[in-house]
Design a binder for this molecule. Structure first.
Ligand SMILES: *[C@@H]1O[C@H](CO)[C@@H](O)[C@H](O)[C@H]1NC(C)=O
Length: 428
């Protein structure tokens, strides 16, 4: 894959060398880029990341949208040593997975058909995979890499990609990106150590053929309080999207699990993120979450107004979460019934279909027992049975889960690996 990318980059360079100047929004620099490094009049070649500089209007985005976003362009200093290390990193795959029986008893989707066992839905998900937790761990700010937080391992990411699971959601902590002392409005002050870890993770995923979901895992909070700096949130996403939109396989998950806050503020924050990213000319998929922990089972009651969000690129989806234990919190390994998965998303599915929007289940999980496996199978089958759902990611893989955490799908020994890797694979 990497050699293909280099070849493509070289070809792109050849075709662009004829033109004296790069096109608006076109590439104008980056590793292995041989094309023109200046832009047509009125556009400025703007450094995004080590792999990509881009012609942007007026040097920094074009405005537009409903939120005024101003960002000081920063030149990010990337360590060459780190890039070299990354490029020479080799991944060895040694894990093997034993197929386990898929329990379908009592599932709402029990028809034998061409799809996974017990599910006759045949269309494909765009996104199916796992969360890779760790960079959002702990409370220390900025925290120390390897002590307070960690990044997912390339081996773990590769394990899922090798099995056809293409989506990797990467939770990050906003305070570690934007130090509270200088706030959200000043991207020039953002922490480049933490961001370089994010760049390496996202680059690895997308260079290996996967889709990387960047998730601001902050529950609608910043520095201990409800996040009210709507403009700053836009500034942050404008900068972060500019720095990380390496290619179309990078996905922006604006904010994880808003809760106990004003619905109007949730709407404004989401709209600010949408408008800010689009003002950069970036059309990558954007995921927006809702209030009340973005729960699928309560979505219609709490988040109906989010249907009024506007996306000028027409490439967004509503991200919901759903756990299958009695209170839906994901803290018990017992499931209420064989059908609780399908039951809990049915009203949300109806909402997505009624409003003609795409939806995504960004977190789900359950214990490794027969009843939960049936419920998860029923959930995935129900998702797959509606065109509205573009996919789902299991919570969670990650190198730091305790060995007995029941939803850990970290290979090779996470508690959920044996039951749920094969089940997820059957839905690829
Ligand atoms: C940036 O974050 C790292 C941890 O990711 C931390 O060690 C470092 O002190 C932070 N830098 C600044 C300037 O705060």
């Amino acid at each position: 894959m990497k050699s293909d990318l280099v070849l493509l980059a070289a070809l792109a360079g050849l075709t662009q060398r004829a033109a004296a100047q790069a096109q608006p929004y076109g590439q104008c620099g980056g590793v292995n880029f041989n094309g023109p490094t200046s832009c047509t009049s009125g556009w400025t070649c703007t450094y995004s990341n080590p792999y990509y500089s881009q012609c942007l209007p007026g040097g920094n985005g074009g405005g537009g949208g409903t939120v005024t976003v101003t960002v000081t362009t920063t030149s990010y200093q990337y360590s060459t040593t780190t890039v070299t290390d990354y490029q020479t990193d080799t991944v060895t795959e040694t894990d093997t997975v034993t197929e386990t029986e898929t329990v379908t008893e009592g599932s709402p989707c029990t028809t034998d058909g061409p799809g996974p066992t017990g599910c006759d839905a045949t269309r494909s998900f765009d996104l199916l995979g796992v969360n890779e937790a760790g960079a959002e761990f702990g409370t220390a700010v900025p925290g120390r890499l390897g002590k307070d937080y960690t990044w997912p391992t390339f081996d773990s990411i590769q394990y899922f990609l090798d099995r056809g699971l293409n989506a990797i959601r990467v939770p990050i902590m906003l305070e570690r990106v934007a130090p509270p002392s200088s706030g959200l409005k000043n991207p020039a002050t953002y922490n480049q150590t933490y961001l370089s870890g994010l760049y390496q993770t996202v680059s690895y995923i997308t260079n290996s053929g996967g889709k990387a979901i960047i998730d601001i895992h902050n529950y609608g909070r910043y520095n201990g309080d409800i996040l009210t700096d709507v403009e700053g949130f836009g500034n942050m996403w404008q900068a972060l999207s500019q720095w990380t939109a390496f290619n179309d396989n990078v996905i922006f998950d604006l904010m994880n699990e808003y809760h106990d806050m004003d619905n109007g503020l949730v709407f404004q924050l989401n709209q600010a993120g949408l408008s800010a990213i689009r003002s950069n000319g970036i059309s990558n998929l954007i995921l927006v979450e809702g209030n009340s922990w973005s729960g699928a089972w309560t979505w219609v009651d709490n988040n109906d107004m989010l249907k009024y969000l506007t996306d000028t690129a027409g490439n967004m989806a509503y991200e919901m979460h759903q756990y299958l234990d009695s209170d839906g919190s994901g803290t018990s390994d017992q499931c209420d019934s064989d059908t609780v998965g399908a039951d809990r998303i049915s009203s949300a599915t109806q909402w997505c279909e009624d409003n003609g929007v795409k939806c995504f289940l960004g977190e789900f999980g359950a214990g490794s027992n027969d009843q939960c496996a049936a419920a998860v199978n029923g959930l995935l089958c129900a998702l797959k049975s509606s065109d509205a759902w573009i996919g789902a990611t299991w919570w969670a893989a990650g190198p730091w889960w305790p060995s007995d955490y029941f939803q850990s799908i970290e290979p090779p020994n996470g508690v959920a690996v044996d039951t749920y890797v094969p089940l997820l694979q059957s839905y690829v």
